[in-house]
Design a protein around this ligand. Structure first.
Ligand SMILES: Nc1ncnc2c1ncn2[C@@H]1O[C@H](COP(=O)(O)OP(=O)(O)OP(=O)(O)O)[C@@H](O)[C@H]1O
Length: 646
């Protein structure tokens, strides 16, 4: 490849030179550099006239959304627009009649009579235009929010059903962010499409009237339209492509501003003097964004200048031609006057139309992202329906289970075989990163195996109806959610699909030691546990953990998966909670327990010891101690700590 060809190829694949510089090398904070999204599809591909042709498709998409959200509202808007266009056409025609009447020969009485009747028609047409404008405004004010709500709901509904593995994909997160903008944009697009179709109909009316007067006048009008449309298509496509490419940067900037402003990070930001450090990086990343904005602005200015100059020249030519036709007697003054009026007013409509189109086009591209995100979410949705489970599981087992996280180079689990029977407490122990939580999530059907199988009574979890499976699971993960709701809701969300059961709620709280926590809250169960909202408060780590456990208890499912359930509890509470968990197994529940507190594991029916994603030992506590392997070494190390302290 020649040097010139190589440079052109580089420019095509990465954009301008300075943009390449921005992404060179690993980023000190975010590692593998500012990843720019290279993914393009026909909806988001760059600018150019092609962008204009996609516009009707994108507007059609919004109209379909409108039809689903509020068909009567959509019909009212369409009726208002049609009435307005008809009134505009009548205004142009009456203008011509008015001018013809004014400059025609004949008795003054007849002229006044004719002009009066024309004026009456004109006033009626203007009134119809005003009324239909009001109808359109009212109807679109109702339609827009409904469309936006239905777009947001459709997206959120799908996002909540996507496979957990998909949620680990940064490209999907970028798309979700763009899609949320798209869902917001549906409202703006609706309002602007209303304005746009009004302007468009005014132009169509002008074209129709000009065509009836002289076919030569139509190309004159189109001459002023083409350059502006070209300019619009170029700038909008480039802007959207840039925003899409830099979405990762936008998310990183959002992340930094969140770290600077959120309560969770506030302590470390102050004690470790992180404020300046984070701000420095915020400025550094924001500068990339500013450079990109400036580049876009320069490009837009150039395009606007060219489009404005060509459009101005076309307008001058049109008016000049009209003057020439009148002067040479080839066109009457009345026709030329009406034509000038139609060109002038439709050119004004056109200018606002171009501006509307520009913003609609930009928004419509986000709506295309919204559609794409919905499609992607559908593609990676947890499959449903699937094989029904025969009932509450008797045996949950794995067969040569392997699992690799998306994008990871090494498997987190590599050929694992475990078995959990109903009424048993089975514990997973091992070093940090040995694969315990991953195994628990696979048993709970949150991930599907890369190889091998997880079987619930012999049915593989990737074939089972996972909603049916989730219904039978109660999960307390290491990073369980501290819902920013009331204390009551924080427990009741364990069974959000059923009406609140106050008695069960109180039993759950008593079982998991949450009662004294709630008793100390100002408003008891009604206390809001979110410091960031008015009237809210916060709990200690251990208090939160008691509520999280109460939530799992309240869920009342046959399989309980608890991952480090007592890490923040005081020693007395810890013993109490483990007793309760053991009791659950006695009542026919299956308990899968992950903990580093080996004293608590001693009572488990079976212990699996994991190391590097492989089960290296298994058996009861006594048997594992006798075999003097990894477990025995870990247990003795913990016991020695207490003995040394004693
Ligand atoms: N969401 C993820 N994406 C990619 N890799 C992950 C993810 N979660 C865990 N891993 C990796 O998988 C391996 C097993 O992690 P896992 O959380 O199962 O370990 P663990 O035994 O539960 O550790 P700990 O005792 O620290 O809780 C680790 O190497 C970890 O880095």
């Amino acid at each position: 490849m020649t040097t010139g060809a190589a440079a052109r190829a580089r420019k095509r694949s990465h954009g301008p030179r300075h943009r390449q510089d921005m992404v060179a090398g690993p980023d000190p904070l975010f590692g593998p550099g500012l990843r720019i999204a290279h993914e393009k599809d026909r909806d988001t591909a760059g600018g150019g006239p092609a962008a204009l042709w996609r516009l009707p498709v994108l507007v059609g998409m919004t109209a379909r959304l409108g039809w689903r959200a509020d068909r009567w509202g959509l019909l009212a808007v369409a009726a208002g627009q049609l009435a307005s266009a008809a009134a505009t056409t009548v205004t142009y025609l009456t203008t011509q009649r008015l001018l013809t009447g004014m400059f025609s020969a004949g008795p003054a009485g007849r002229k006044v009579e004719m002009l009066t009747s024309v004026l009456v028609v004109m006033v009626v047409a203007m009134m119809v235009r005003g009324l239909s404008g009001a109808l359109t405004t009212g109807a679109s004010g109702r339609l827009g929010p409904r469309i936006s709500r239905s777009a947001h709901t459709a997206l959120l509904e799908r996002a909540a059903e996507v496979e957990l593995a998909r949620m680990e994909d940064p490209a999907f997160h970028n798309l979700l962010l763009a899609a949320q903008r798209g869902a917001d944009a549906t409202r703006r697009v609706t309002e602007r499409v209303v304005g746009l179709s009004g302007g468009l109909m005014a132009i169509v009316a002008a074209v129709a009237v000009l065509a009836t007067m002289d076919a030569l006048l139509v190309p004159l009008l189109l001459l002023t339209l083409v350059p502006q449309a070209w300019g619009m298509a170029r700038t909008v496509g480039a802007r959207h492509a840039s925003i899409t490419r830099w979405m990762e940067l936008t998310r990183q900037l959002d992340q930094l501003s969140m770290l600077l402003t959120h309560r969770e990070s506030a302590e470390e930001v102050r004690v470790h003097r992180m404020g300046r450090f984070l701000l420095h990086h915020y400025r550094r990343l924001a500068m990339h964004s500013e450079q990109e904005q400036a580049r876009l602005a320069r490009r837009e200015a150039c395009v606007k200048m060219i489009a404005g100059a060509v459009s101005g020249a076309a307008g001058a030519y049109a008016y000049g031609l009209l003057a020439f036709l009148v002067a040479t007697g080839r066109m009457s003054f009345a026709v030329a006057g009406t034509a000038a009026f139609a060109i002038r007013s439709s050119s004004m409509s056109l200018t606002s139309l171009v501006m509307q189109t520009q913003t609609i086009h930009e928004d419509a591209m986000y709506i295309a992202d919204w559609r794409r995100a919905c499609t992607r979410a559908d593609e990676s949705a947890i499959p449903s329906p699937g094989a029904r489970l025969p009932g509450d599981p008797e045996v949950i087992s794995t067969h040569r289970l392997c699992f690799t996280y998306p994008g990871a180079r090494r498997p987190a689990l590599d050929g694992v075989d475990v078995r959990v029977r109903r009424g048993e407490v089975v514990a997973f122990v091992g070093e940090n990163g040995s694969g315990k939580s991953t195994l628990a999530k696979l048993l709970a059907g949150l991930y599907v195996p890369s190889e091998g199988a997880v079987l619930w009574d012999g049915v593989p979890t990737n074939l089972v109806d996972r909603r049916d499976l989730f219904d039978r699971i109660s999960l307390v993960s290491q990073d369980f959610v501290q819902w920013p709701f009331t204390a009551r809701m924080n427990v009741a969300v364990g069974r959000a699909d059923r009406p609140l059961d106050e008695r069960l709620l109180r039993r759950a709280a008593a079982a998991m030691g949450a009662e004294p926590v709630v008793a100390r809250l100002d408003d008891g169960w009604d206390t809001l546990l979110a410091r960031e909202f008015w009237g809210g408060t916060n709990l200690s780590g251990g208090q939160w953990q008691r509520l999280g456990l109460a939530r799992a208890w309240y869920r009342d499912a046959p399989v309980l998966v608890v991952d480090e359930p007592t890490s923040a509890l005081d020693p007395t509470a810890e013993i109490e909670i483990f007793d309760r968990i053991m009791e659950l197994a006695g009542r026919g529940r299956t308990v899968i327990l992950i903990t580093h507190r080996l004293a608590s594991v001693a009572r488990a029916d079976r212990i699996y010891v994991l190391d590097g994603g492989v089960v290296v030992e298994q058996g009861t506590h006594d048997r594992l101690l006798r075999s003097d392997g990894v477990y025995a070494a870990m247990y003795r190390a913990q016991a020695a700590q207490y003995e040394a302290a004693g």
